[in-house]
Ligand binder design. Structure first.
Ligand SMILES: [Zn+2]
Length: 381
């Protein structure tokens, strides 16, 4: 599968991806990494230099002959705008070609607002960011909570009220901004963002677990997101950890979200202490070592760890990265609990270990992921 996904990329895309992951890098090294003939690499690099996506950044150490010219991504060779639309909060970023955030804005979420007003608000931010960009804006990435309906460009569950049911966000934003719009669920967008900005090459299989209100996973295989047939792969928040458990809005019973998501932790904390705190406050208290808070966050982490063992048994990744505002505090509790459980219970643990660590947890992580959808399209359109 890895080779297949790789093989689908254009020569130019493969060359660009190696320069992104390994740069500064010489043409010869690109040829070695891709298996492409040096003439093909030279031709592709010529195009990428002409487009300003790549620049020459000096010379490597000589290995006897003439020192080799090194290539790297040109940060200001192009920009992408990413927007994340959430229930309670939205964010928009302008990212350069390396995935560095150049400008950002936050907006209210979609909850209780009609789609037309959301589109108008986003369009205003987008126009302002296009004014900042000193090179072409290559497109607009849009990350929404899953599930999504890709052919119609709709966010199926955003929010669960009627004005959104048939509203094509993709179409509306394309009309308003004139930009090409790429829609994906927030977890997949964040995984693509991690791939683009985290220095990953196309050889591994990894997953990001994104926790905000819900919990989802983005899966990267051979340098490309694994989207499933409808763009909805990775809904790991709806892995059941109790087949006789409480009913979930998705139709299943005992989904891990019901035990691990922020709302569950808030409810558990209230029932243990009689005090009502936000999830962020509870996680901060857990970080300080407050026993009740630590107890309920640990329960959430245990539930998530149980589901991730099942997830890992199916996907067999080499690493799992925790991302999103849900891991902004007390991330160590989650990392340690999940690592311990995977080490003890993953079926193929004697073959390889899965490394668990955190990725971005700021409120811009989703929007940067969305921008990365556009940047990643340069490699595999
Ligand atoms: Zn469910």
């Amino acid at each position: 599968m890895t080779a297949g996904v790789n093989g689908q990329g254009s020569t130019r895309g493969r060359v660009l991806d190696v320069i992104r992951a390994a740069g500064p890098v010489s043409r010869v090294e690109v040829s070695q990494a891709t298996g492409l003939a040096q003439a093909s690499v030279t031709e592709a690099v010529k195009e990428l230099l002409a487009d300003d996506f790549v620049r020459e950044v000096g010379r490597g150490r000589s290995t006897g002959g003439r020192p080799r010219t090194l290539l790297a991504l040109n940060p200001s060779g192009g920009y992408a705008i990413g927007a994340q639309l959430g229930w309670s909060r939205s964010a928009v970023v302008l990212a350069d070609l390396t995935g560095t955030v150049v400008a950002s804005a936050t907006e209210d979420g979609a909850d209780g607002r009609p789609p037309e007003s959301i589109v108008a608000g986003l369009a205003e931010d987008i126009a302002r960011m296009r004014g900042i960009a000193d090179a072409p804006v290559l497109g607009l990435g849009l990350a929404v909570p899953g599930p999504i309906d890709t052919p119609h460009g709709t966010a199926v569950q955003l929010p669960e009220s009627s004005p959104w049911a048939d509203f094509s966000l993709t179409h509306a934003l394309e009309e308003t901004t004139g930009l090409r719009v790429v829609l994906d669920n927030d977890a997949t967008a964040v995984a693509v963002g991690e791939y683009w900005t985290g220095g990953s090459d196309s050889s591994g299989v990894f997953a990001t677990v994104y926790m905000e209100i819900g919990i989802g996973a983005g899966i990267i295989v051979g340098g490309a997101p694994f989207r499933g047939i409808s763009g909805n792969a990775g809904e790991m928040g709806h892995i059941s950890v109790d087949m006789a458990g409480p009913p979930c809005h998705c139709g299943n019973r005992g989904c891990v979200e019901l035990f691990a998501a922020p709302a569950a932790t808030e409810a558990r904390y209230a029932s243990v202490t009689g005090r009502s705190l936000s999830y962020a406050q509870i996680a901060e208290a857990a970080e300080r070592g407050e026993p009740e808070a630590l107890g309920v966050v640990s329960t959430s982490a245990e539930a998530l760890a149980a589901a991730l063992v099942s997830f890992a048994n199916v996907v067999d990744p080499d690493r799992i990265l925790l991302a999103g505002p849900g891991f902004a505090h007390a991330a160590d509790v989650y990392v340690d609990t999940i690592q311990r459980r995977l080490d003890a219970a993953m079926f193929v643990r004697r073959t390889h270990r899965i490394a668990v660590r955190t990725a971005g947890s700021s409120h811009l992580t989703g929007a940067l992921g969305a921008a990365s959808l556009v940047l990643h399209d340069l490699v595999t359109p």
